[in-house]
Design a binder for this molecule. Structure first.
Ligand code: ADP
Length: 218
C-alpha cells in the first residue's frame, strides 16, 4: 500500500524521516526552502521541491491538499513552523505531525491542532538518561507524563525465580508484558515462567512503580 506523505524541512530530523519513508516504498514529497537541501533529496524522495511553506499560495500550488499526512520538521525557525502548521490545518490536511523545539512551541502546536507533536531531542535524551542511570535498563519509552514501558535486563536477584515468586504486579504495580530469551520473544508470559539472568523483561507501569521495581529488583 502506498500512502502519500510530505516532509517539510530537510534537516537532520526531516531528512531522516524522508529517507526512511522512501526506503519503505512510500510516496514522499520533500520540501525545503534551501536549494542545496532539496537537491540532496532529488534521488531519494518521489518529488523534491524548493518552497517557502509559510506562503499559503505556495502550499496550494504544491497540491498539498491531496496529501494525506504532512510532517513539519522546520527546526529553529519556530515562527515558520507554527505558521506552516496553521495553514496546513486550515487547508484541511488529514494528519499533521510536527517537530517541537521546546515546551512553549509544543504548547502552541497542540493549541492550533497539530495531530502529533514530537520532541525527538528531549525524548531521546530521556531514554538515554535512563539507560545511563542503570546498566540494566536497556530502553525506556514514555507512554504518557507518568507511565512508561521499559526494557530491563534481569540480574542475579531475579534469576531462577518465576514471575509468581517475584510477584512484580502485587509488589510494584507493574506488569511484565513480554520476556526475550536470546532470539525468542514470549509475548504472553505465564505466571510460572522462569526468569534467567540476562533475560530481557518488557515492563509496563506508572513511572513511580517502575522506579521502585528498578531500585529493588534490577
Ligand atoms: P534539524 O535540527 O532537524 O537538523 P534544521 O533546523 O537543521 O533541523 O532543519 C530545518 C530545515 O527546515 C532546514 O533545512 C531549513 O532550510 C528548512 N526550513 C526552514 N524554514 C523553512 C520554510 N519556511 N519553508 C521550508 N523549509 C524551511
Amino acid at each position: 500500500m502506498k500512502r502519500e506523505f510530505a516532509v517539510i524541512g530537510l534537516g537532520r530530523f526531516g531528512g531522516s524521516i524522508c529517507r526512511e519513508l522512501s526506503n519503505e516504498g512510500m510516496e514522499v514529497l520533500a520540501i525545503d526552502i534551501e536549494e542545496e537541501k532539496v537537491s540532496e533529496f532529488k534521488n531519494i524522495a518521489s518529488h523534491a521541491v524548493i518552497a517557502d511553506t509559510t506562503d499559503e499560495k505556495v502550499l496550494i500550488e504544491l497540491g498539498i491538499r491531496n496529501i494525506d499526512h504532512v510532517i513539519v520538521a522546520i527546526g529553529d525557525n519556530i515562527q515558520a513552523s507554527i505558521l506552516t502548521t496553521l495553514m496546513l490545518k486550515e487547508l484541511g490536511i488529514n494528519k499533521i505531525t510536527v517537530k517541537a523545539q521546546n515546551d512553549y512551541h509544543e504548547k502552541v502546536l497542540n493549541k492550533i491542532g497539530a495531530d502529533q507533536v514530537v520532541h525527538p531531542e528531549r525524548d531521546m535524551g530521556k531514554r538515554i538518561a535512563h539507560s545511563i542511570i542503570s546498566n540494566n535498563i536497556l530502553d525506556h519509552l514514555e507512554l504518557s507524563d507518568d507511565h512508561s514501558i521499559v526494557e530491563v535486563k534481569a540480574g542475579k536477584k531475579m534469576s531462577g525465580k518465576t514471575l509468581v515468586e517475584l510477584d512484580i504486579r502485587a509488589k510494584y504495580g507493574c506488569n511484565v508484558v513480554a520476556i526475550k530469551q536470546e532470539k525468542e520473544i514470549n509475548v504472553s508470559p505465564m505466571a510460572t515462567e522462569l526468569i534467567h539472568e540476562n533475560d530481557i523483561l518488557i515492563v509496563i507501569g506508572a513511572d513511580k512503580d517502575i522506579s521502585r521495581f528498578e531500585k529493588h529488583l534490577v
